[in-house]
Design a protein around this ligand. Sequence first.
Ligand SMILES: *Cc1c(COP(=O)(O)O)cnc(C)c1O
Length: 231
Amino acid sequence: MEVEKRLLHLNEQIAKAAHACGRNPEEIRLIAVSKTKPISMVMEAYQYGIRDFGENRVQELVEKQEEAPADIRWHLVGHLQKNKVKYLLDKAELIHSLDSIALAHEIEKRAAAIEKIQNVLIQVNITGETSKFGVSAAELMDFCQTVSQFDHICVKGLMTISVKEYTMEQNRIVFEKLHQQFEEVKKRNFDHFDMQELSMGMTHDFPAAIAAGATMIRVGTAIFGERVYAQ
Ligand SMILES: *Cc1c(COP(=O)(O)O)cnc(C)c1O
């Protein structure tokens, strides 16, 4: 019940943010980020109608997928270690966090082995914090050029994470910058790129992301409540 109530409220806020900038809320896909939360809560969201779920650890994604209905699309939203790719590739609808050429090599190798084309987003570090993963805006075009050589990777768009402490206006500027990069990449028509998705916005900043053109928002706390991590 708690999850359903939160989802009702969240969908109202999504609709409000979309209408405020003249967008159709249907253009915005909600990825419910269920990391650390039990399968029972995933099922509550599922019963409400959610079919896209995000996890940031491969093992947790694999475990939940085994228990959950088969029509759920699983998204890997956090940093992906190369040695985990082999466990993930037949399970992930979309990897939101391609952030190095070494990782692209590994995805290419594993995807080729199972004759799959893996859909990915390139994570861009717009804010430039050194603690963050992601390709810098300055390196992005060269990065795309290299990734376009891989036959078993299809780049569907870009993803970014803003800064928790930022105001809505600061967040909007970050997300507008990602949108500009998106248009620039799209214009170049790289091989194996099919630019459609802008994955940006979390619980604290999704209205700013919607205003800047997000097609996917990744929301955890607003749906499932605060996460509690063991010390
Ligand atoms: C945890 C996480 C989210 C969801 O964050 P909330 O603040 O709980 O909405 C979104 N994106 C990524 C990459 C995450 O790791």
